[in-house]
Design a protein. Structure first.
Length: 474
């Protein structure tokens, strides 16, 4: 039976080759439209449907199978290769054809341009995702612009607009869409911290913890313009999606390029605008890029040391969600979500919450009593801003950029405190140390609430007894 499919498949390729290999570009699409109405094409659709629908994964609707066959020949470069006389290996093309109908998983690739930041390396590989800068040619290939300009012009991407950006590149496998089924977007109620796909949001949770100190902060800009809402970190203006299912239409990705923050490129001789380039507020040199790479690797390691959703440390995932939401927000909203992050890390029900939060923040971040007192005062001021905002009260003082930076740094350091603690526990002791024995959030909060002398005594006792009760790594 497969031999018959092979015979019909090769017969169609031969007809295509005969009709379009010496044609003019102006008539190419017209010839392809005619080919896809030919008897040879109809026979191929019929045989493909009868041979490859028997496993029950796809539906039976023949018109949907015709569209799938149509997409394969267009997206696989078959037509273009034959037109350019780069004749495909028919055996390999047939194997690819059959595999396309049999596969039940599709690889989705997401590319998210990173605004306001540049790196000293073209590619930084974190295993599950990469940060990369691509050439025009690479982007054209990724988005299949050569194919789309001929068959699906609505899916072409103007790579000139994005070629100067670094991208977050991350992939996921999803079930292949079944031929002959109608799909519609379902949006069940669930916690979502960003408008981006979950796999992209997961990457942003990790990247947002890094200390993105902008260049303008080093240049004294903050002192000159304390009320300016200037970007601290990076932003993601949109996410581009690419699927590798040759039986589907390509993704309709066309983003709104007007959302990109760019600066004019001026001709030094004529003072005329000759183009634009991305606005950069954080330019990481070689050492800073290396530090960034090391920091993110450590964060990934800390988060992978334990399955957060299967332990009593689920609060970290929630805190990272709120922190990321704050990181990508603008203006006063950033302060609101950063304080919410602190509450998810250190808060609890009951009276005297402000004082408890202030004490816990100071205990983690302060080095001595004088510094603790200063941090408590700073936090109380930030928390008052939050309370006035959510309760609709007027502000007694104006919120400045310094307040946003302070609370952002507080959140970042406290998240790192929890991750460092978790990393130390899992690294120091044997790998079979049970997750349910790791100190809970409540245990840590109770420890932070102790006075300094009592905490010191307990630390000394713990260091003695842990060696006896927990198997150390050799």
């Amino acid at each position: 039976m497969v031999d018959k499919l092979k015979e019909i498949f090769i017969s169609y390729i031969n007809v295509v080759q005969l009709r379009i290999e010496n044609s003019h570009s102006e008539e190419l699409m017209s010839l392809i439209d005619q080919l896809e109405k030919s008897n040879e094409f109809c026979q191929l659709v019929e045989k493909t449907h009868s041979e490859l629908s028997s496993d029950g994964y796809h539906g039976k609707d023949k018109s949907s199978w015709e569209l799938a066959v149509n997409n394969f020949f267009r997206r696989s470069m078959c037509y273009i290769d034959i037109y350019k006389q780069n004749f495909p290996n028919k055996e390999l093309l047939l194997a690819k054809y059959i595999e396309s109908f049999q596969r039940q998983q599709t690889k989705i690739r997401y590319l998210a341009p990173i605004e306001f930041v540049s790196f000293s390396k073209e590619c930084i590989d974190f295993g599950v995702f990469q940060i990369r800068k691509y050439s025009r040619e690479e982007l054209d290939l990724i988005f299949q612009n050569k194919i789309n300009k001929i068959f699906n012009h609505w899916a072409t991407i103007n790579v000139e607009e994005i070629k100067d950006y670094w991208f977050i590149s991350v992939e996921e496998l999803v079930p292949t869409k079944k031929i002959g089924y109608i799909y519609w977007e379902q949006n069940p109620l669930k916690i979502k911290y960003t408008p981006y796909p979950k796999v992209v949001e997961s990457v942003l949770k990790q990247l947002s913890i890094f200390n993105w100190e902008p260049d303008w902060l080093k240049d004294g800009y903050l002192e000159k313009y304390p009320q300016e809402d200037y970007p601290v970190g990076f932003s993601i203006p949109f996410v581009l999606r690419i699927n590798d299912n040759l039986l589907e239409y390509p993704e309709n990705n066309r983003p709104d390029f007007s959302r990109l923050a760019k600066e004019s490129r001026i001709d030094s001789l004529t003072d005329e605008e000759i183009g634009s380039y991305p606005m950069i507020t954080t330019d990481l040199d070689e050492k800073q890029t290396t530090d960034f790479e090391s920091c993110i690797h450590d964060i990934i390691k800390s988060l992978s040391n334990i399955e957060i959703n299967q332990s009593n440390w689920h609060f970290i995932d929630i805190a990272l969600g709120f922190s990321t939401k704050a990181f990508l927000s603008e203006g006063i909203e950033r302060l609101l979500w950063y304080v919410t992050t602190l509450e998810s890390l250190l808060g609890e029900k009951g009276s005297g919450l402000t004082a408890k939060l202030a004490k816990r923040v100071a205990t983690i971040l302060g080095k001595d009593e004088s510094e603790n007192k200063s941090i408590r005062k700073e936090f109380e001021e930030l928390y008052e801003f939050r309370c006035n905002l959510v309760h609709g009260r007027p502000f007694k003082k104006q919120i400045l950029a310094t307040h946003i930076i302070k609370v952002q740094n507080m959140v970042r350091q406290i998240i790192l405190f929890f991750l460092y603690f978790l990393n130390t526990i899992t690294d120091r002791y044997s790998s079979d140390f049970p997750c349910d024995k790791i100190p809970t959030r409540e245990d840590i909060l109770a420890f932070l609430d102790m006075d300094k002398s009592r905490r010191t005594s307990i630390v000394q006792l713990v260091n003695i007894f842990l060696k006896e009760t927990i198997p150390m790594k050799k």
